[in-house]
Design a protein around this ligand. Structure first.
Ligand code: SAH
Length: 346
């Protein structure tokens, strides 16, 4: 990585207003003192508070992710990584790295499949939330936690996974050449400019370029899975989710999940500042089917006939075009000497 690009996951800048106030109060004071703030500042501050203070996943939380829907998701990820590792010549010092591992469910399912293939990597998690760190540590006793990729045992090839991680990192919004900002209207937060909106995310791009830089030095492969688009485009994709429903993005900062569509073209461009290979993105449904989720569902249903309907429903939710199958994409970033992972057409 060039010395000019900022390392990702640096500790966020010191909060301008410390003390006992709520995040809403802090953001209001910030705007009163210094004027409107960027969408990235609002989103970054809100999500830092949100993730630091709760487990947002599952029925009792705000949203459900693919690994929480079914063990089959993590199993397919594990199978893809184990196969790629096998075809890379089974390097014995490979490390498993996950960015934003949530409850650690994906890692548990993936590592179980990898172990069956003879792959037992060191486990490293990049996680900023103390609440989720605690939950992850209950399942993953021997994992190590990091604030960034930079502290992970050097020189080892990476098998890296980021599922629904990038969507939570802050974006900026632009209307023409002008940055769209968040201002106050009385007590309420409101956007400054309206119109045809473009989004970008230096923060996401910095992480993509750091992944690529690490892969270039160490070898290995990264799977980035998220909801988003294959080509950069125009549109306001920011959304807030609370209690499994969409909410007003500017209401109650820090109490609801703020995300936006991931621009895979921008991530690929950022990664390719280093000479790595990019595979995909492909649609999640196609990818899971190519990896054999259908056969896995049949086997699981046969083993637990009482759960057959649930297993079929989970497969449909992960793969169907009108559920997660089409909106979610899978992209690989890999060292140029590593093989194309399964599930990507050449
Ligand atoms: N991958 C999990 C969880 C997705 S939720 C799953 O699929 O279920 C987003 C995850 O990213 C959470 O673990 C959250 O705490 C973490 N996260 C959010 N922002 C982060 C940041 N800036 N650095 C590291 N982790 C972050």
């Amino acid at each position: 990585m060039g010395s000019s690009s900022p390392p990702p996951f640096d500790p966020p800048p010191a909060h301008p207003f410390q003390g006992g106030e709520s995040i809403t109060e802090r953001l209001r004071e910030l705007i009163c003192a210094a004027g409107p703030i960027g969408v990235d500042v609002f989103m970054g501050e809100a999500n830092a508070h949100y993730y630091a203070t709760r487990d947002p996943l599952g029925v009792s939380g705000d949203f459900t992710t693919a690994p929480e829907i079914s063990q089959m998701f993590g199993e397919m990820v594990g199978a893809a990584l184990a196969d790629c590792w096998d075809r890379a010549g089974r390097p014995d010092n490979t490390v498993y790295v996950e960015l934003g591992p949530g409850r650690g469910t994906l890692a548990a399912d993936a590592l179980r499949v990898m172990a069956k293939a003879g792959l037992r990597p060191e486990v490293h998690f990049v996680e900023t939330s103390p609440v989720l760190h605690e939950i992850q540590s209950q399942t993953h006793k021997n994992a190590e936690w990091h604030e960034s990729l930079l502290t992970i045992t050097p020189d080892r090839p990476l098998l890296l996974v980021a599922n629904e991680f990038f969507d939570a990192l802050p974006i900026r919004q632009w209307v023409g050449g002008e940055e769209r900002q968040v201002k106050l209207e009385g007590e309420n937060f409101a956007f400054t400019a309206g119109g045809s909106i473009r989004e970008d995310s230096p923060e996401r791009e910095a992480v993509a370029s750091e992944i690529a830089a690490q892969l270039d030095v160490r070898g290995g492969v990264a799977l980035v899975i998220d909801y988003g688009h294959v080509r950069s485009g125009v549109g306001d994709t920011m959304q807030a989710v609370r209690g499994h429903r969409f909410a007003n993005v500017l209401a109650d900062p820090g109490e609801q999940d703020l995300t936006s569509h991931v621009d895979f073209e921008a991530l690929a461009r950022a990664a390719q500042a280093t000479p790595v290979e990019i595979d995909g993105p492909v649609e999640q449904g196609e990818w899971l089917e190519a990896l054999g989720i259908g056969q896995r569902a049949t086997a699981l249903a046969k083993a637990s006939p009482d759960r057959a309907a649930e297993i079929v429903a989970a497969q449909a939710r992960l793969c169907d075009p009108d559920a997660m199958g089409k909106l979610f994409k899978v992209m690989a970033i890999r060292h140029r000497g590593w093989p194309v992972p399964a599930g990507f057409k050449r």
